[in-house]
Design a protein around this ligand. Structure first.
Ligand SMILES: Cc1cc2nc3c(=O)[nH]c(=O)nc-3n(C[C@H](O)[C@H](O)[C@H](O)COP(=O)(O)OP(=O)(O)OC[C@H]3O[C@@H](n4cnc5c(N)ncnc54)[C@H](O)[C@@H]3O)c2cc1C
Length: 395
């Protein structure tokens, strides 16, 4: 994965581009393609200037511009908040929070519909959006993958299915759902949208580096990755990596270097530090996250197996939720209290000054030394104290 070869073509400043790919999918002449920059995030690039007719469609479909213009069809009324746990214990164990996503996905599949969401590629090096039409495929979409996913041609595939009268559940981050809506440009009765609460999306290049580092450490190719593995519980979940030959490396998220880089906010896409899509008034019918405020809002439910925080919007959101209620344990909850414990639903992560250094050194340092150096709060604190003492001539 190298630096962008062509000219970056964003209709907003590069730091604001969310990489959803709506401009590329919407371009009627195919003049735009998505390419990774030096940090590994995808950006639109003018592939062939001679094909551009200046029609302006790329700007019309851009979700960041739409959010600025406030033209998007966002629900104005606040959502209803629920605690949700999937009745199927196997699905719950294989889901990041309470398995709310699978409730909706199975409903759409049972009606002959299709579900779009993020999956790991076969070699686990990439996260890509895909379309699945059966239970086997659904397994690939389960669990959060803490890497920005590549939308590929999913917007176009969804449009084709919707035009053919099929039911479609489209899932992803709020910016991806807004990108889809901008691309489609009209409402389809068969379209249901579920977005996730999103802290921010880490760099695909950093993820590739992590997989490479693990393979070097073990001496075997990675075969499977399990994000948010609940072997040590929901609150203290692990990142588990399985290798060809049977070796397994499993570490609590709090100890894992990749997850540390994510949680310390040093590897996120630039736009995530000023996300246009945070808040409770969103375009998706339902929003799913972890109910981190469980002990405050519903302590008697806490068995450390996972509970979803579900936001349900408008008549369509309620219609969708009504159809899955019999398959889960659910309860209406105080949204304000729930959000107090999940601030990333409504505000962007702050941008640490060392974030840019991480990316400047990404090609020059080994993965473990890089993340140890820039994710270690206590080391940063010690360095700061040392600098102050040095300036004062005390050491
Ligand atoms: C990068 C990222 C940051 C997140 N930050 C928060 C947070 O700060 N607070 C919070 O409460 N929840 C956060 N979540 C959401 C949370 O981790 C769960 O995804 C959510 O609770 C759904 O869980 P589930 O048990 O219903 O279903 P699961 O089966 O665990 O989730 C699967 C769903 O997540 C989607 N998904 C997985 N990875 C990605 C991806 N890379 N890009 C887009 N969609 C993806 C799938 O398409 C599918 O819809 C984050 C998720 C991701 C991917």
């Amino acid at each position: 994965m190298g630096d962008i070869g062509g000219q970056v073509y964003t209709v907003v400043p590069k730091d604001e581009c969310c990489g959803c790919g709506a401009c590329c999918a919407g371009c009627p002449t195919g003049a735009i393609r998505m390419e990774p920059d030096g940090e590994g995030f995808l950006y639109p690039v003018m592939a062939d200037k001679s094909l551009c007719t200046d029609c302006g469609k790329c700007a019309r479909v851009c979700p960041v511009l739409r959010a600025k213009d406030q033209k998007a069809d966002r629900a104005e009324e606040g959502p209803a908040f629920y605690a949700v746990v999937n009745n199927d214990r196997e699905v719950l164990a294989a889901s990041s929070s309470g398995g709310a996503f699978t409730l909706f996905a199975q409903k759409i599949l049972s009606e002959g519909g299709a579900v779009f969401g993020a999956a790991l590629s076969a070699d686990c090096r990439k996260v890509e959006h895909i379309c699945v039409e059966d239970e086997v495929g659904l397994e690939k979409l389960r669990r959060s993958k803490y890497v920005q996913s590549d939308m590929g041609t999913c917007y176009q595939q969804a449009e084709k299915l919707l035009k053919a009268g099929r039911q479609v559940l489209f899932t992803g981050t709020a910016c991806q759902i807004e990108g889809l809506k901008g691309f489609l440009g009209e409402d389809y009765p068969g379209l249901w949208c579920a977005d996730i609460i999103c802290f921010g999306v880490p760099s695909p290049k950093l993820w590739e580096r992590y997989i490479h580092y693990r393979e070097e450490q073990t001496g075997a190719p990675v075969r499977k990755v399990i994000f948010r593995d609940k072997i040590s519980g929901w609150a203290n979940s692990s990142l588990t990596v399985e290798f060809a030959g049977g070796d397994i490396h499993s570490e609590k998220q709090s100890e894992n270097l990749y997850m540390r880089a994510f949680q310390r906010r040093i590897a996120l896409r630039p736009c995530c530090y000023q996300c246009s899509f945070k808040g409770t008034c969103r375009i998706a019918d339902v929003t799913i996250g972890d109910l981190w405020g469980l002990n405050a809002v519903l302590p008697e439910w806490n068995d450390d197996k996972g509970v979803s925080l579900l936001m349900v919007r408008g008549d369509r959101g309620q219609t969708l939720f009504e159809q899955v209620k019999e398959n889960c344990r659910w309860q209406a909850i105080d949204g304000e209290e729930a959000l107090r414990h999940n601030p990333m639903a409504v505000k962007s992560a702050s941008r640490p000054p060392r974030r840019d250094k991480v990316f400047r050194k990404l090609d020059r340092m080994s993965f473990d030394l890089l993340i140890q150096k820039y994710s270690n709060n206590s080391a940063t604190f010690r360095r700061r104290v040392w600098r102050v003492l040095h300036r004062l001539g005390l050491c």
